[in-house]
Design a protein. Sequence first.
Length: 325
Amino acid sequence: MSSATEPEPAQLLVGSQVIGLRGGETVLEALERSGFDAASGCRAGTCCKCMLRADNPPPESQRGLRPTLRHAGYFLACQARPTGTLRIDQGEAPPTLQARVQRSEVVAQDVRRIFLVTAEPLEFRPGQYIEIFHPSGATRSYSVASLPADGVLELHVRLVPEGLVSGWLHGLEEGDSLRLRGAFGQCFHVADDERKKLLLVGAGTGLAPLLGIARDALEQGHAGAIDLVHGGLAPERLYLRDELSALASRWPNLRVHHCVLKGATKREHEGSLDEVAIRLSGPLGDTRAFLCGDAGVVRLLQRSLFLAGVPSGEILADPFEAAPV
Ligand SMILES: Cc1cc2nc3c(=O)[nH]c(=O)nc-3n(C[C@H](O)[C@H](O)[C@H](O)COP(=O)(O)OP(=O)(O)OC[C@H]3O[C@@H](n4cnc5c(N)ncnc54)[C@H](O)[C@@H]3O)c2cc1C
């Protein structure tokens, strides 16, 4: 008869299959022994090819992973030796939902801020992105600027010349309906160190995820300094300035900076976004950076901030790559 104190057997649950773990065996070894075609590489916790997801992975199997991956339950199967039951997530597809346009407003020459209400609640972390279905079936990704508590999904959509989905979204009116699915992405705030310095940098509509991440961190009580640097080619390309100023007045640890490549007025810094961000933020050793927007700019920021001292594991990036056409 089993007693209440008897330890739980070390085992894996993969769908309906139960795999008992042999003494000292890793999750990767147990999966291979049971005939699963598990991806693997270095087997030393470095290459990350064997990464899987579960609700409660052993902490040592998450060492070295980015904070958002740890938070989402990712772990390295080659380093995991569970002592109880570990249910491996088999990656259910995020739901597809019906939504309608609540409001759409022009915020810059080529940017609209579009508010959507979904028919059912969508689970997301501010800064993640959703995929919008065009009537043709094509999908494009857009980052969420709002918080779940807002009850709406706020998107910032730049009109791309000849763009299929951005052009269609810019033409939608209040009450129009659309389909979306999500949420995706690993660029969001994790409240694992409330004093850490946060540096949020992005150009153009890269502001959308950064706004969501900044608000989320502040609402969760982040106490460390938060620097948000929004860049654009010229002053008229920057948007939501009043809203950002109001946010910074409400939260003393938030500083908002604007940066343009040329033609700066008294309200903006002038220069390359990476150089301005590094100059404004001071020592970067204990910093977590969030970089969003145009893919080329994000790659430049990643390189420059790493060279300036931000640890690579603390750089969370969301490059807005164009969809293949
Ligand atoms: C993770 C992620 C998050 C994103 N979040 C946002 C967001 O919050 N706001 C937002 O506005 N966009 C965002 N994007 C970009 C968005 O998904 C679309 O790629 C963009 O709106 C263009 O789609 P389209 O259908 O209008 O243009 P398409 O029909 O796909 O492209 C039309 C033409 O423009 C070119 N093109 C497309 N994008 C660009 C570009 N950026 N620069 C130069 N040429 C381009 C294409 O190669 C093609 O020749 C995000 C992308 C990703 C991957």
